[in-house]
Design a protein. Sequence first.
Length: 294
Amino acid sequence: MALDVSPSQAFAHLTEQSADYDRMAKALAWLADRWQERPSLDEAAEAVGLSPFHFQRVFSRWAGVSPKTFVAAIAHAEARRSLEEGASVLDAAYDAGLSGPSRLHDLFIAQEAVTPGEVRRRGEGINLAWGWAPTPYGKGLFVMAPRGLAGLAFSDGDDEATFDDMHRRFPAADWRRDDAAAARMAIHAFAGGDQPLPVVLIGSPFNVQVWKALLRIPPGRTSTYGEIAGWAGKPRAYQATGGAIGANPISLLIPCHRAIAKDGRLTGYHWGLGRKAAMLGMEAVGASERGLTL
């Protein structure tokens, strides 16, 4: 999908989306706990201290759909349906190209960019640029290796803690700030472009296998930790798989938010359950709009 607006227009739109997400963060966290109850507009608005009119207007501007439609999309994407259908249907959906229309799945994985020795040395010898840029899910911290995006995290107001969380993964790397590069990466990731988005996977061989397994889950779908462990070649390694999913440094693009508990609960997410619900809901809405069966 080619970029049909100028980079400055795309960046301005991302900035507006990011601000709207910050306004809606409390509502999304509330919906993450109650989406199965299908709460009403008035209930959601009251929970965050807004009038129903103002809540509907800001939420719809961010999501592109009403809160009611958004919650319904999450319900259609929840795990029980996936469990009933079975993993083979997920495989068939992915093989049929259902994830193709999603820009965030148009990735080029460049895992060979670093050696196991560099990983063991906590990033020694790796050059990383980092910077802040707006995203549809709030303020994003982008970390870029020479060959592509190596990290994407989100700040909920404590930028220093967010950076420290990412920096401690590779403390010996050569870090330099470049907000302009982060802005270009944000536009590439969230506003489209002519070329695939290069993503560099920096991690242990097992972690990389798990992160690649996550890419088998199409947008608008979810899978259990057990299914993902099987795809990674370790069907009994539930705990290790959960650890690898939690260690994923590239939020959203490597979709750890699509991993949920066997009973369908939206379990822990490093960047918050509200953001996890936001990602799943937006993906489910997008899949529904493209006419895909959830």
